[in-house]
Write a new protein. Structure first.
Length: 189
C-alpha cells in the first residue's frame, strides 16, 4: 500500500545544501538574504533544519566564507598542474579572472562576496586571506619567470578581479583578455 502524500518525506538537507543556497541568495539578493529565515524559505525548510547544521547565523557565515576560501585554494592548486612556470602563470590568472563563470557556485559568488566585505569584517577578513594567497602565488610565478617587479602581481590580480566585474555573462572574454596581458608582461622581461 502506498504512503499517503502527507507521509512522503523529502530528503534531508545537508550542510552543503544550505551553503549552496546561501551563495545563490548572496548573488541574487545580497548579504541580507543570509539569515536563517530567508534561507529556510528559499529551501522550503524550517529554521530548525538550519540550526541543526549551524549553531547560529555567524557560524553559517563563517562556513560559507570557508567554503569560498577552500574553492579558491582548489582553483590555485589546479592551476599548479599546468606545466611550466609560464603556463602556470597564465592558467592561474585566467582562473582568477574567470571565477565568475566557474563550475563551483562558491567561486561564481566572488563579486557578491567582495561587495559583502565592504560592510562586514568577517567577509573582509576572508577576502584579504584569498587575496593574500593569490598574490603570493602570482608573485612566486612572476619571479620564476624572471619578473622581479613585485607590483606586477598586484597589477595582474587587479586586472583579473576587474575582468570579473565587467564581464558580459553572455560572452566570457575574461580568459583571452587577461591572457593577452600575461603575454605582454612576459614579453617585457
Amino acid at each position: 500500500m502506498a504512503e499517503p502524500m502527507s507521509a512522503i518525506r523529502r530528503p534531508r538537507l545537508t550542510q552543503d545544501d544550505w551553503l549552496l543556497a546561501g551563495f545563490e541568495a548572496l548573488c541574487e539578493a545580497g548579504p541580507g538574504a543570509l539569515g536563517a529565515e530567508p534561507l529556510a524559505r528559499r529551501l522550503g525548510a524550517t529554521k530548525g533544519s538550519f540550526y541543526w547544521h549551524f549553531v547560529d547565523v555567524p557560524a553559517y557565515h563563517r562556513a560559507l566564507l570557508a567554503m569560498w576560501q577552500a574553492d579558491a585554494a582548489t582553483a590555485l592548486d589546479a592551476a599548479s598542474e599546468a606545466g611550466t612556470d609560464t603556463a602556470q602563470l597564465r592558467d592561474t590568472v585566467q582562473r582568477i579572472a574567470a571565477t565568475a563563470q566557474g563550475d563551483r557556485l562558491a567561486l561564481r559568488a566572488e563579486s557578491a562576496i567582495r561587495a559583502w566585505a565592504g560592510g562586514d569584517s568577517l567577509a573582509a577578513e576572508a577576502v584579504r586571506a584569498v587575496d593574500d594567497m593569490r598574490l603570493k602565488r602570482l608573485h612566486r610565478l612572476l619571479s620564476a619567470c624572471d619578473i622581479g617587479n613585485a607590483e606586477m602581481a598586484r597589477i595582474l590580480y587587479a586586472s583579473a578581479i576587474g575582468m570579473q566585474a565587467m564581464r558580459d555573462p553572455a560572452q566570457d572574454q575574461a580568459a583571452p583578455a587577461i591572457g593577452s596581458l600575461v603575454d605582454l608582461i612576459l614579453a617585457l622581461r
